[in-house]
Design a protein around this ligand. Structure first.
Ligand SMILES: *Cc1c(COP(=O)(O)O)cnc(C)c1O
Length: 414
């Protein structure tokens, strides 16, 4: 068993009050890991509820169009609730139930993790509270709506920059006072130990399926590509290959509008600095005062100043290569795969998609590149539509707003 460190990164830098609950969680996770019935339940819910295994698509048209390596897409976004986040939420919710905790808390930024958590809580009959920054609530109203449909309570966070990191702080504060009854489900492969290990194990179902799906087709991959926010879809997708020398593993970060401070979320491409934030040591985007910097990405899920400690370490070791894709390149990839394959990548996943396209072009037909489509793009409708068809979309929204205003007015005058 490791100490919770990956080289110099990781660890457990938390207030005294959280040591007990983290020890308890660590022990419960280790016990569950050795218990075949726990994994049976995890895989049963995976099959019956999440929709596993998710398909591996041979992207035949894209391959022809790009004229290089054969391109495969792991359609993880076909999982229930639209992204890989559900794998971790299911695993941790089952663990919470095993620990006798009936209440779940979670933080969310874009809302995908909140949505996955709210959904599995509804399924397992657990009480669910999701902390979300006020700014994010305003940006991601459709996901807030869905969380509430699932019966979760969404608590607006008004402190700090009113975004994801503030939601994490608020969730930690709640947990410090409620751990007797409550489990905190962190949404990515980061935070204090044992979260990075635990989240990787639950997400590694993605990579295990890919290994099987490729071997059934007798394909040996040259490279695997995944987008990197906190790092959970990437580490889960790469997991079975980490100890091997091949294939190449490529993580893609948000290049945003460019390399100027505040305009991107590229921590692993030489711009991040070692720091300790929110309970773990890793690479973060920090300003000259050591404060966490603002970040930008068109994809809310990659817009985070820190990264999972294991990825930081694997980058340092050279096992994983890191690249970026800009906002514009991600949008280009969304359109490319929509037109060629009839699948809509989430904006996050499209960062990986863009670099997979570049890589495929540069390789030959003897090579195979596999990209993880971590989510599907339905959730991005309000972002992509205004970029891709601003006028039509504006007209539609105005007409919707007018019609809602009219029925509200009618209700009032009745
Ligand atoms: C949250 C999210 C991400 C980023 O999170 P990771 O932990 O880096 O995987 C990527 N893709 C989608 C679709 C997401 O919802």
């Amino acid at each position: 068993m490791n100490s919770g460190f990956f080289g110099a990164f990781g660890g457990r830098y938390v207030a005294e009050v959280l040591r007990g609950p983290l020890d308890e969680l660590d022990l419960a996770f280790q016990e569950a890991s050795r218990d075949a019935t726990f994994w049976e339940e995890f895989h049963r819910i995976g099959a019956e509820y999440v929709g596993r295994p998710t398909p591996l698509l041979f992207a035949e048209n894209s391959t022809r169009e790009l004229g290089g390596a054969r391109l495969y897409i792991k359609l993880e976004g076909l999982a229930n609730t639209g992204a890989h986040k559900i794998n971790n939420a299911v695993g941790q919710a089952l663990l919470a139930r095993r620990m006798g905790k009936h209440r779940i808390i979670a933080e969310t930024g874009a809302g995908q993790h909140g949505l996955a958590t709210a959904a599995i809580c509804a399924k397992l009959g657990l009480e669910c509270t999701v902390y979300m920054g006020e700014v994010d609530i305003n940006r991601q109203r459709p996901n807030v709506y869905l969380m509430e449909v699932f019966g979760a309570t969404v608590v607006p966070v008004a402190s700090g920059s009113r975004t994801l990191k503030d939601a994490v702080n608020e969730a930690l504060r709640d947990w410090a006072g409620s751990y007797d009854t409550t489990h905190y489900i962190i949404g990515s492969a980061l935070g204090p130990s044992p979260y990075p290990d635990m989240v990787r194990e639950f997400q590694s179902v993605i990579g295990q399926e890919v290994v099987r799906q490729l071997s059934e087709r007798e394909v040996t991959p040259t490279a695997m590509v995944a987008c990197v926010g906190g790092g959970s879809n990437a580490i889960g997708f790469f997991a079975p290959y980490l100890e091997r020398e091949a294939p190449r593993l490529i993580g893609v970060e948000a290049g945003g509008r460019g390399p100027e401070p505040g305009q991107h979320a590229a921590r692993l491409n030489g711009l991040g600095r070692t720091g300790i934030v929110q309970g773990y040591k890793s690479l973060f985007l920090l300003d000259d005062d050591g404060q966490v910097s603002h970040t930008h990405s068109v994809s809310a899920g990659l817009d985070y100043p820190g990264v999972g400690p294991q990825l930081a370490w694997l980058g340092e070791q050279g096992r994983i290569e890191f690249r970026t894709a800009t906002d514009e390149q991600a949008l280009e990839a969304v359109q490319f795969f929509a037109r060629n394959e009839g699948v809509v990548f989430a904006l996050e996943s499209a960062h990986g998609g863009y670099q997979a396209m570049q890589l495929a072009r540069s390789l030959s037909s003897n090579d195979a590149v596999v990209v993880n489509m971590s989510g599907r793009g339905d959730k991005d409708l309000f972002i992509t539509a205004r970029e891709l068809m601003p006028e039509t979309w504006h007209e539609f929204l105005v007409s919707e707003a007018t019609s809602i205003a009219a029925s509200l007015e009618e209700g009032r005058s009745r």
